[in-house]
Design a protein around this ligand. Structure first.
Ligand SMILES: *Cc1c(COP(=O)(O)O)cnc(C)c1O
Length: 434
């Protein structure tokens, strides 16, 4: 059955009509609303392995993976079994538990620059806390971030942000005090000279925060030597370097982008994969730095549900499975094959695309120019992306409902699933030009 472009499915349409009266825009997180591609969102009833099934009974091959966490696939049997057992022992203690120690050991062993870590409940909380730490330690106020990078929705970070902010084409958000927005300076990604000029003009920079591989304007890798320059400039100017590895941590390599590119930031933020599909974030760095955090030190940060035993359980099982580094080799191979297949299908259909990929995160941009920063990402043809998205959805492939997001391949995406996706892309791309 070929679906018309914006056919949402009866039950999804009905739920969305109810949802828009109850939730802002009908959703609890903006990009889910399909505003970047048109049409109404699918309501998902269940997910398993590489697929999700909506409330109308349609099954999709999923490349969103809950926006990154589901590297093992949905409802992984080992994760579910561990969760089922943990559930019976109680859902929250508000007191230390053994799992917090175990996940800290796992993270510290894997991520090169982390010697001590604090668990929180989301990526947003991790970056907000990391910034407080940087400001508290340096006694400085200003922050440098890069155009098109997204670090969660904290006040200081909603300036020229990627992800949903870029999808909706919003300028900076109302409700962010001007004084805070002014203390955030933005620079183009992949431009070390621009960062150098900022350091020459501003003395009061506490931290530079960066997605070492950007995922939130679509996938944009760092140019050769760029992260090295960012590292050196930050150090030379007394600013702390924060790698926001909420997306890249345990994704582009077990030790994240810092392992892949061999650059050691001062502070690292994590999220997504480390929660195995439950709400988790974390930030860490050297012991010297982290001992400034309460109660070891004076910089305050706390959380009622932080270190939650269910979240720690799902995260721990996931991170232990990812000790098997052959998973990353397989992800590299299947992702490379998928991206080649999509690129070839695009050429065959006469559609100009550029596919950026690092490991198992990638984006197909509808443009004919290299995408290296927000300016070049923003030249992509969003209407064509929207048609591709809906073409793929009709073919049973669920991509991110925005040009400015990364797609994720997981361990559950078998060769056969990759082949089906390439075939679907060939058909979807053949209608993109019309
Ligand atoms: C997803 C993401 C965040 C925000 O994490 P939430 O859990 O959604 O708050 C922060 N930084 C990066 C790089 C992300 O990809």
């Amino acid at each position: 059955m070929l679906l018309s472009q914006h056919d949402g499915g009866e039950r999804s349409d009905e739920l969305f009509a109810r949802a828009v009266e109850l939730l802002p825009g009908g959703v609890n997180s903006p990009v889910r609303a399909f505003r970047g591609v048109g049409g109404t969102p699918r309501f998902i009833r269940s997910a398993s392995g590489a697929t999700m099934t909506d409330v109308d009974g349609r099954t999709y091959i999923d490349y969103v993976g809950s926006w990154g966490p589901m590297i093992l696939g949905h409802a992984d049997p080992e994760v579910i079994a561990a969760l089922s057992e943990a559930l019976l022992r109680g859902t929250s203690f508000g007191a230390p538990n053994e799992l917090e120690v175990e996940i800290a050991e796992e993270i510290i062993a894997a991520v090169p620059s982390i010697e001590m870590v604090r668990m929180v409940n989301s990526g947003t909380e991790a970056t907000m806390s990391a910034i407080r730490l940087a400001r508290g330690v340096t006694g400085r106020t200003k922050l440098v971030k890069f155009e098109g990078c997204y670090h969660g929705h904290g006040d200081s970070l909603l300036v020229k942000a990627g992800s949903g902010v870029a999808t909706l084409g919003l300028p900076d958000s109302p409700g962010v005090p001007a004084a805070l927005a002014e203390s955030t300076i933005t620079a183009p990604f992949n431009d070390a000279e621009a960062l150098e000029r900022i350091f020459a003009r501003h003395r009061d920079i506490a931290a530079v925060i960066i997605e070492p591989v950007v995922g939130n304007m679509g996938c944009v890798p760092p140019n050769d030597g760029y992260l090295q320059s960012v590292r050196e400039l930050s150090r030379r100017n007394g600013a702390l370097l924060i790698f926001d590895e909420v997306m890249t941590g345990f994704r582009v390599a077990r030790g994240g982008a810092q392992e892949l590119y061999d650059i050691h930031p001062d502070i690292t933020t994590l999220g997504k994969i480390i929660g195995g599909g439950l709400p988790v974030g974390a930030y860490g760095g050297s012991k010297e730095l982290m001992r400034h955090i309460a109660p070891a030190g004076p910089i305050y940060q706390a959380g009622t549900l932080s270190g939650n035993p269910l979240a720690m359980t799902a995260g721990l099982v996931t991170l232990r499975r990812l000790r098997d580094l052959s998973i990353y080799e397989r992800l590299e191979q299947s992702s490379a094959r998928l991206c080649e297949g999509i690129s070839k299908a695009a050429s065959a259909a006469g559609v100009q695309t550029i596919t950026n990929r690092v490991g198992s995160m990638f984006t197909t941009f509808f443009t004919d120019q290299r995408v290296v920063d927000w300016t070049t990402a923003n030249r992509s043809n969003r209407d064509m992306y929207g048609r591709f998205f809906h073409g793929m959805l009709a073919e049973g492939v669920y991509l991110a409902p925005s040009q400015f997001e990364a797609a994720f391949v997981g361990a559950a995406h078998t060769d056969e699933i990759i082949d089906r996706t390439i075939n679907a892309a060939a058909r979807a791309l053949s209608i993109v030009n019309f």
